[in-house]
Design a binder for this molecule. Structure first.
Ligand code: CO
Length: 506
């Protein structure tokens, strides 16, 4: 069994493709809320692009003036960009979580953050304060006529898709109890019209301790839950994401433990108490979606995975493509995220795990050695064999660095295309939108919210996925910045303002 992964060593003589001040400036709080037609557009927005892109991420990097220790602790802010007839409308709103509203009213931090942000008052104020603040900052999806802001350790918040107004916590028609978790990484199994299969949204939650219970929910397009099932596995589990195939839900049980004492004592956030054990193995857990057959647990080399690109079944084997770090990315004691030395934290790389379900073995191959994160693909290929992967990547082929480029990887030939926003641009997660009526897997657009340090503002870039080296076919310049975000999704429903006359905004 090989060691995972081989970190590519940086070229010490190379000039960095970015400036630290530029990178840091994308992590300024954005307290303002906007709503406007985007008038500054270079190139042309495709007229056939109709629908709404929703994005989530920390809008504030401080709580009432006190900086957060980690961006993952920042209050969730939703952005929407609605496309119609070659025009685009931008809107952003904070999710009015209980914590956000209470802290705003109090004018001071009232909660501890999962990633280490402490309340003022030191040891005694944080001791045994185990309340989690549901910050709703990780993902946003439109499903079953509901727009939901997701954060993995608590209930979703429902928002109005047109105004982004917060409607409240959503218990999914009684499926969830108050305080229940609902992961931030649902997968949508595409419909197979020829087999009479409708699309399904599949999501999970994990209850962990000495053993862990994974609960999986599957939802019809109406939003109603069609089935829920759960399985238990031994040991602690930190699972941010999963993957699906037609027959399995696939989870990686990373080789990490949890030392609760610094958290209970108020010295650290829960996320800081996760400890990586390089001597242990990763366990790949396959849970059958349609039967009570036993789960399979297959050992793979140690590595840490937040995100999976995709999984599929072929010739009786299961393939899983995942972004692997050689350890759990943590910061040194007392260090703020803004002072991070990219050369000293692990870089993500794309690895393929080929699972032999009979022999219960896993073979791992590195597909993309360049530092990369935030994978995307054609929605119809989710859980299916696929050819094209799109992913945020470092500008340089070796070493660790912020994401500045977009990479298209052809899994059939290994060919790659790169579009880089370096030196002053920084890349966010791409979202692939198929061109209506298209049949080729890469016939569509990539929508990426980038940060442009030269303008100190964000740009939404649209690239034709068949040739990303040609650069954006449209660059929409926002009037402000959106702090580096996490995840987002696209719906073909247009949620911008009504058009009074065809082609003319009201
Ligand atoms: Co994620």
């Amino acid at each position: 069994m090989q060691t995972l992964p081989t970190a590519s060593s940086p070229d010490a003589t190379a000039t960095p493709s970015y400036g630290m001040e530029d990178w840091r400036s994308g992590y300024r709080s954005q307290p303002e809320e906007f709503a406007y037609w985007i008038d500054e557009v270079e190139g042309e927005i495709p007229v056939a692009l109709t629908g709404t892109l929703f994005r989530n991420g920390p809008g504030l990097l401080d709580v009432q003036g006190q900086p957060v220790s980690h961006p993952f602790d920042g209050d969730g802010m939703i952005s929407s960009i609605a496309f119609h007839q070659g025009r685009a409308y931008y809107c952003n709103r904070f999710v009015q979580t209980e914590g956000y509203v209470a802290e705003k009213a109090a004018g001071k931090p009232l909660y501890r953050g999962v990633f280490g942000t402490q309340k003022p008052g030191g040891f005694w104020a944080n001791l045994f304060d185990l309340r989690l603040k549901n910050i709703a900052n990780t993902h946003v999806i439109y499903w079953g006529k509901k727009l939901l802001a997701l954060w993995e350790a608590a209930e979703p918040h429902r928002l109005d898709p047109e105004t982004l107004e917060t409607l409240g916590l959503d218990y999914l028609d009684g499926l969830l109890e108050p305080g229940d978790a609902f992961a931030a990484h649902p997968r949508i199994a595409p419909g197979q019209p020829d087999q009479g299969l409708e699309p399904r949204l599949v999501n999970f939650s994990v209850k962990t301790g000495l053993s862990s219970t994974i609960t999986i929910h599957e939802f019809a397009t109406s939003g109603s839950c069609v089935k829920s099932y759960h399985r238990s596995i031994p040991g602690f589990a930190f699972m941010h994401d999963f993957a699906i195939t037609p027959n399995y839900a696939v989870f990686f049980q990373n080789p990490v433990g949890f030392n609760p004492f610094p958290f209970l004592l108020g010295l650290k956030g829960a996320g800081e108490c996760v400890q990586f054990n390089p001597k242990a193995t990763t366990k790949i857990i396959l849970i059958p979606r349609h039967s009570d057959e036993p789960i399979q647990s297959i050992e793979a080399p140690a590595g840490f995975v937040f995100h999976h690109a995709n999984a599929f079944e072929q010739d009786g084997q299961v393939f899983v493509d995942s972004i692997v770090y050689d350890s759990f990315p943590t910061l040194d004691e007392g260090m703020t995220f803004e002072a991070v030395d990219f050369d000293k934290v692990p870089a993500g790389q794309l690895w393929r795990f080929e699972l032999d379900l009979t022999a219960e073995t896993a073979e791992a191959t590195c597909l993309i050695a360049r530092s990369c994160e935030f994978p995307a693909l054609h929605p119809q290929q989710v859980g299916q064999p696929y050819r094209y992967l799109y992913i945020g990547a470092a500008h340089a082929p070796t070493g660790n660095a912020p994401l500045q480029a977009l990479l298209k990887h052809d899994l059939a030939t290994g060919e790659e295309q790169l579009w880089s926003e370096a030196p002053r641009g920084f890349m966010g997660e791409p979202v692939f939108v198929p061109r209506p009526g298209s049949s080729a897997e890469d016939d569509g657009w990539l929508l990426c919210l980038t940060y442009n340090a030269a303008r100190q503002c964000s740009d939404l870039i649209i690239l034709a996925a068949q040739d990303i080296t040609a650069g954006p076919i449209a660059r929409l310049q926002l009037k402000h910045h959106v702090p580096y975000g996490l995840h987002g999704s696209f719906t073909p429903n247009y949620f911008g303002p009504e058009f009074a006359v065809a082609g003319e905004p009201a």
